[in-house]
Design a protein around this ligand. Sequence first.
Ligand SMILES: C[S@@+](CC[C@H](N)C(=O)[O-])C[C@H]1O[C@@H](n2cnc3c(N)ncnc32)[C@H](O)[C@@H]1O
Length: 233
Amino acid sequence: MGKSRMVQRHFSAIAARYDLANDILSFGLQRQWKRLAVRLLDPQPGDAVLDVCGGTADLAILSAAAMGLRGQVLVYDFNREMLETGLGKASRDSSGSSLTFIQGDAEAISLKDNSVNAAIVGFGVRNLTHLAQGFQEMHRVLKPGGRMVCLEFSQPPAKWFRLLYDLYSHAAIPLVGRILAGSWEAYTYLTGSIRQFPGPVELSAVIENSGFTEVTYRPLTGGIAVLHRGVKP
Ligand SMILES: C[S@@+](CC[C@H](N)C(=O)[O-])C[C@H]1O[C@@H](n2cnc3c(N)ncnc32)[C@H](O)[C@@H]1O
């Protein structure tokens, strides 16, 4: 099965319990990471913000709130079940009116060149078949001067922490995935995809090669997750 179909099946299977599984598996840390990501993006009132691989819309909801609901956030994702879960959540939140949900592929974003002020992607690029293509597409749709923030899992650089993390991810993550999302493979996929993903320095190079400048990164929680930022010149 191709990667894209596998990713679709994975998220269709877990969409309804995705948020809960994330909170449990990350001990709630994912909420703090997402708040930091949006703070780094710094969306301004009136901005058009694109949440790539936006899924259940957490980053979009936080971005809308950061703009005081005076802006537009596009939640862009290719999985219908994830978008529907996000739509339900946004409709129960005051940010709902600022959000637009679009189903489409992050490797061929259905927006015009130079059309958004800021782009954010949370735990999304790891799922792409062609990683660089995802960054090139964000770069294309951003206006000159536009900011891009990427929040992604990584592997802790400290040996002892990495060992602990490996143990945890091998044992607990698939188990919690099985109990909560009803799918063992779903979360085995998650741990595998984290291990194969480039480290922060390598990822910075991919971002730079996609046309971004001022590329910086910041490890979070001992390097379990990393925030990258870049600007379209
Ligand atoms: C781990 S979830 C992240 C959701 C959300 N951004 C968050 O931080 O909670 C990854 C999302 O990426 C989406 N996705 C994966 N590959 C994609 C692609 N090629 N195009 C659009 N969305 C994609 C999945 O459907 C899924 O909703």
